[in-house]
Design a protein around this ligand. Structure first.
Ligand code: SAM
Length: 302
């Protein structure tokens, strides 16, 4: 496997490397939560941010940001994460309430607190897959809060570059029952072959009636936007060099791959949802979000 993505830093938890991006999204969700026109509520997010030395001094309210909404990271990018959270909350709740799935798999779950914050129907199981150090940090922080999940919650520490299917089925995932899958802010960190394997594995483990949402970047050349306000602010303000963490390999056509396996797919830009919700990021010049797409796929019932 020709992967350098996570070995560049040698860091496995949330303190650096790709794990630190989980804290960035948590800080964004904390900020979103306390906006007067908030798109999504995550009362757990700020606890993660405060608990990690790497992020303890990051803002968790927009008024703590000197230039507020004009800040490319904590203004526009954080709003992007807020919108993404809302849209994918809605996707998962629709998958369980309207499509009848009772198993939810969060791939690259990071500090996603959906098991605690969404109103799941009875009988739901939420499987959370991420690397061991990230899940250990999450466990420690959640363990210090007076809270219990609103569904059965099964953390699975495994690296998604390895063969992870057995870890999931060993943890109780039922391949005969419909499931809802989410890869939110994940695939662009994985090597090309790991993304292809992930898509094939999701298809193989999914009964008819299952759904998958995932995020991709369509950019042919990621470096085209290297001077964008979003990438430069993220690097200079919190030391996360996203372009260094993203896989630079050509991306597989995962949407086409799923369509070829009989799934129906729809592809949206984030800006579609900005229009729908009346708030969120708008397109701009030199926009690192220009190639981002949110893909929704459904496997037909037999
Ligand atoms: C940007 S964060 C997104 C987290 C979460 N999905 C969210 O939206 O809040 C990316 C997450 O993917 C996880 N990740 C990246 N590469 C991974 C791998 N090879 N195996 C397991 N998890 C991985 C990271 O540890 C991190 O938690």
């Amino acid at each position: 496997m020709t992967d350098t993505t996570h070995h560049k830093t040698g860091v496995e938890g949330v303190e650096g490397g790709v794990g630190l991006t989980a804290l960035m999204v948590a800080a964004a969700r904390a900020i979103e939560t306390h906006r007067h026109d908030s798109l999504a509520q995550d009362i757990y997010a700020e606890h993660f941010v405060h608990a990690a030395p790497a992020s303890a001094d990051w803002p968790v309210r927009i008024h703590q940001v000197e230039d507020g909404d004009a800040n490319p990271l904590w203004g526009r990018f954080a709003r992007y994460f807020g919108l993404r959270t809302r849209v994918l909350d809605d996707f998962l709740l629709h998958s369980v309430r309207a499509r009848g799935a009772r198993q939810v798999v969060l791939l690259g779950a990071g500090l996603d607190a959906r098991a605690f914050r969404l109103d799941w129907p009875p009988g739901c199981v939420i499987f959370e897959i991420d690397r061991e150090g990230v899940l250990a940090f999450k466990h420690k922080v959640l363990g210090g809060l007076p809270t219990t999940p609103k569904a059965a919650r099964v953390p699975i520490p495994v690296d998604l570059r390895a063969d992870w299917a057995a870890a999931l089925t060993d943890a109780g995932f039922d391949t005969a029952a419909p499931s809802a899958w989410l890869a939110e802010g994940l695939l662009f960190y994985l090597p090309n072959t790991s993304e292809t394997n992930l898509i094939h594995t999701v298809d193989r483990l999914s009964a008819g009636g299952s759904s998958l949402a995932f995020e991709v970047k369509l950019d042919k050349d990621l470096l085209e936007y290297r001077d964008s306000p979003l990438y430069t602010a993220t690097k200079h303000q919190i030391g996360i060099d996203l372009l260094n963490l993203f896989s630079r390999e050509p991306r597989p056509d995962s949407t086409g791959d799923l369509a070829g396996k009989g799934w129906t797919t729809t592809v949206h830009t984030p800006f579609d949802y900005t229009r729908q919700h009346g708030r969120g990021p708008h397109p701009e010049h030199n926009d690192a979000l220009a190639g981002n797409r949110w893909v929704f796929a459904h496997k037909p019932r037999p």
